[in-house]
Write a protein that binds this ligand. Structure first.
Ligand code: ADP
Ligand code: MG
Length: 329
């Protein structure tokens, strides 16, 4: 028997609405009170099948990715998560088993990251499965970390490793670019996992809050996203390719296929943090990151160079980045 919208909400989503302000998803809207002395931070991201995930990806990983890309934005702003809204546009062929697994993925991540479903909307679509999540978090009043507030001389750091998800997608699709890459099955699955389920760096929030002059999450490619940080007159960035942290799999690929460089520098879906740290705060930042169990690497510096991103290679030359970032339009 087909399930109505009300039943879907009651069965799959109401159990995830643990915050009392969600009223068990039985009301028109939810109520949120940010903790005293904190600002509310809000972000939203929409994921469309075939563009942001593949329609036959496991439902739980689709759900987790949709939530995690939003949590990554909160982390980049130094915010602690509170809750989220979920808008779901389901194609005709949805099934109970799919929704069950989707809700399970959300539940797992709610437990890991400590937040509640607060509400949403459920509709049918003649188009592809589309998931839109709006996440709410909080930061100390006035303490949101902006993108464009870095200063000349600040060091640039990234969390984790860069490029894995973009490489993992190519491995997954088994396309021409990936055909020449020789990798163990383990390394292949590690890279693909990074595409399927990104790691939002919420653990890094205390380190960022204490030290970052600017931060953003890397979602569309390191070089293109770094360029978005350069918002004041005359400020530029220099990074060293050799300093960019690579996973074992990514390093193997680069050694076999120099063309993969541009995928690492400009590929999307990293969901790592890019932060500018003033020189006098680097020690504190590195110490706090270590305490949080998040690897951070210094990749370069903000400089006075008229607004461009320069990537230096090992010989002191400049690397050309063909496509610095993923763009929808
Ligand atoms: P309305 O008609 O007022 O828009 P709905 O019937 O769409 O209300 O939704 C009823 C309740 O269920 C609301 O609290 C809404 O936030 C919640 N809800 C609907 N769809 C979802 C969903 N996909 N995830 C979480 N909550 C949902
Ligand atoms: Mg509604």
């Amino acid at each position: 028997m087909p399930m109505g919208e009300f039943k879907i909400i009651a069965r799959y989503f109401a159990p995830l609405a643990t915050d009392p302000g969600a009223f068990g998803l039985l009301d028109d809207a939810a109520a949120i009170t940010p903790p005293p002395g904190r600002d509310l931070v809000v972000t939203t991201d929409t994921l469309v099948a075939t563009i942001h995930f593949l329609a036959d990806d496991p439902a739980d990983t689709i759900a987790r990715k949709a939530l995690r890309v939003n949590l990554s934005d909160l982390a980049a702003k130094g915010a602690e998560p509170i809750g989220y809204l979920l808008s779901l546009a389901l194609p005709e062929n949805w099934s109970k088993a799919w929704l069950e697994r989707f809700a399970l993925g959300l539940k797992e991540d709610q437990n890991i990251f400590g937040l509640s479903l607060l509400g949403g909307d459920t509709v049918r679509t003649p188009g592809p499965l589309t998931i839109s999540i709006t996440a709410f978090g909080s930061v100390a009043t006035g303490g949101i970390i902006r993108r464009g507030s870095g200063k000349v001389g600040d060091y640039l750091y990234v969390s984790g490793t860069i490029g894995d998800a973009a490489l993992g997608l190519h491995v997954r699709q088994g396309n021409k670019i990936a055909a020449g890459w020789i990798l163990t099955d383990q390394l292949k699955s590690d890279l693909q996992r990074r595409y399927l389920v990104p790691e939002p760096r919420l653990a890094l929030v205390p380190a960022l809050a204490g030290a970052a002059s600017a931060a953003m999450d890397i979602s569309d490619g390191l070089v293109g996203d770094l360029a978005k940080m350069l918002q004041s007159e005359g400020i530029g960035a220099e990074i060293a390719f050799d300093a960019i942290p690579l996973s074992t799999g990514a390093a193997k690929i680069v050694s076999q296929d120099p063309e993969a460089l541009s995928l690492i520098l400009g590929g999307g879906d990293d969901y790592e943090i890019l932060a500018a740290i003033p020189p006098e705060k680097t020690k504190d930042f590195e110490g706090a990151a270590e305490l949080a169990g998040v690897t951070v690497s210094r990749i370069g510096r903000l400089v006075e160079n008229g607004g461009s991103v320069v990537v230096a290679d090992a010989n002191g030359g400049k690397l050309k980045v063909m496509q610095p970032s993923y763009a929808h339009f």
